[in-house]
Ligand binder design. Structure first.
Ligand code: SF4
Length: 514
């Protein structure tokens, strides 16, 4: 039954529920803004994710959630649904919360933006697009009993059998005006298995992740950036360097355990003037080693020089596949020459590269898989390989095109499907055909740095183990295990190995490749 918005709120707090995501930036940022406006906010981190393993919510967790809502005086519940695969969990939570508390449930986040019809079917309202400026308006109208609630910008609101569909609101234009994420407030709960802990789960984390910009200059067909939600305003926006550095300085004071910063921008430092100022100030004002994400087409000599001088240690560089596959199947621009030039520059400046690469792309030929192997053979060692399995995320150009052409069934798209529960980062134990498993095992041994290149070339030339892959897979497992041990030892030495990381990633029966 639809929520009756004309009744007065049952409590005065708004609860923000993060689903399987204890790092959720959006929840912390929204909480900070709402608290600054005088609203009591309950942050609930409902379960954490475990790589390639999914645990259904258990009764104890659902009861703990509704107990927190009731005891803390929640009047409105908002679920942050970023990953499409958790749509079913959000539906279950919404139904449970409504049945046991009678509170209205709003759903926001990426999945509500790309699949609003699907989400409004189980929510009382949804917030589409970036919610930093729209959700506070909805909250204010809800608690002040404003008759304009159903016309809140950027929302869809269910009343009776109808849904009021409001137009997308403009994206926040000035990111510096958005509040910094709140890590310190006491009104935070983590509910996971049979435990309920009070406090922010990331408050003492040695890795601090931060965004300096939103949006991307590319529109790779498989990526969420190829989806336009119709919100007016520029998609690519930057914070000022001062805003970023001031926030980092404040976090260092609040959390003495921070050892490393990760800039999670889609492509870090694409504005050259911004990057020059950052490179000048970051070493003096923050000075922590940092990682960043990039893409080969932006890696000029100046870019690599500035990042090295600022203290960059690791770069996550998306290469995805070979030039031909990138161009024909993924709408990516970087060719082989550009990519190798980026590799040479970053390596010469001492920045170690983690290559983000995608496999399980339908229609990729054996020759193209061999070309990827040859590309990896040409890379200077050491390097790391973050292998991802192509996943059909709703809204991406690739998926919407395949759906239109009838090549893909809606049941194969995340939300209805849950591939990310079992195969996001690649594991060799996942069922795929022998040829693919064999190539992946070869890539993994290349990245391990333990097997001589000449031996790998000989194995590939002779096709050793192609039809009976077990020995090659076992060798790749051994290489992965050795590399995992090395990485874990280094992180432990640096104070960066946390129980959260171990819980998420350690699974000796299904080692994630690296
Ligand atoms: S460069 Fe990366 S973030 Fe940007 S559209 Fe491509 S895959 Fe997405």
């Amino acid at each position: 039954m639809a929520y009756d918005w004309t009744q007065p709120p049952r409590g005065q707090a708004v609860a923000l529920v993060s689903v399987y995501d204890i790092e959720n930036n959006a929840v912390r940022q929204l909480a900070a803004g709402l608290r600054a406006a005088g609203r009591r906010v309950l942050e609930v981190y409902f379960k954490d994710w475990r790589n390639n393993r999914f645990e259904e919510p258990i009764d104890a967790e659902l009861k703990a959630l509704t107990r927190v809502l009731a005891e803390q005086g929640a009047g409105l519940v908002a679920i942050s649904l970023r990953a499409s695969a958790y749509e079913g969990v959000a539906r279950q939570l919404a139904a449970y919360i409504r049945a046991h508390t009678g509170l209205p449930v709003v759903v926001g986040g990426w999945h509500a933006t790309v699949r609003p019809e699907s989400v409004i079917a189980f929510a009382d309202a949804i917030v589409r697009g970036e919610a930093d400026e729209t959700f506070p308006v909805f909250v204010q109208r809800f608690f002040s009993h404003d008759p304009e609630l159903a016309r809140s910008p950027g929302t869809w609101v269910r009343h009776g059998a109808d849904v009021e569909q409001n137009a997308p609101a403009a994206r926040p234009a000035v990111l510096d005006r958005l509040p910094w994420r709140d890590y310190t407030h006491a009104d935070k709960w983590v509910i996971d298995r049979h435990t309920v802990r009070r406090g922010d789960p990331m408050a003492g984390d040695p890795l601090h992740q931060v965004l300096c910009s939103l949006g991307c200059i590319q529109e790779c067909s498989f990526c969420h950036n190829s989806f336009d939600d119709g919100s007016p305003g520029a998609r690519l926006r930057f914070r000022s360097v001062s805003s970023v550095l001031d926030e980092l300085a404040a976090r260092r004071i609040a959390n003495a355990s921070i050892r490393r910063v990760r800039f999670d921008d889609e492509i870090f430092g694409i504005d050259r003037r911004w990057l020059r100022e950052f490179a000048e100030r970051y070493p003096k004002e923050v000075g922590l080693p940092f990682d960043f994400l990039t893409e080969p087409t932006v890696v000029s000599e100046e870019y690599a020089t500035l990042l090295a001088s600022a203290g960059a240690e690791w770069v996550h560089m998306g290469i995805q596949s070979t030039e031909e596959v990138n161009r024909d199947k993924l709408s990516r621009r970087a060719n082989r020459e550009t990519t190798l030039a980026a590799v040479e520059r970053l390596t010469r400046h001492g920045i170690r590269i983690r290559y983000l690469t995608m496999v399980d792309i339908p229609g990729v030929t054996d020759e193209q898989k061999r070309a990827l192997f040859e590309f990896f053979q040409s890379l200077p060692r050491p390097w790391d390989l973050y292998l991802f399995s192509l996943t059909h995320f709703p809204g991406s150009q690739m998926v919407e095109g395949l759906l239109r052409d009838g090549v893909l069934d809606p049941s194969e798209v995340e939300g209805a499907a849950h591939k990310t529960f079992s195969q996001y980062r690649v594991e060799l134990s996942w069922p795929r055909d022998d040829a693919d498993t064999w190539w992946i095992a070869m890539y993994v041994m290349q990245a391990s740095g333990l097997v001589p290149r000449s031996l790998l070339s000989a194995l590939v030339r002779a096709g050793v183990g192609r039809t009976a892959t077990r020995p090659i897979v076992l060798a790749a497992h051994a290489a992965t295990l050795a590399k995992t041990a090395r990485v874990a030892a280094r992180m432990a030495r640096n104070g960066e190995l946390t129980p959260t990381l171990v819980r998420r990633w350690w699974n000796p029966l299904a080692m994630v490749t690296m």
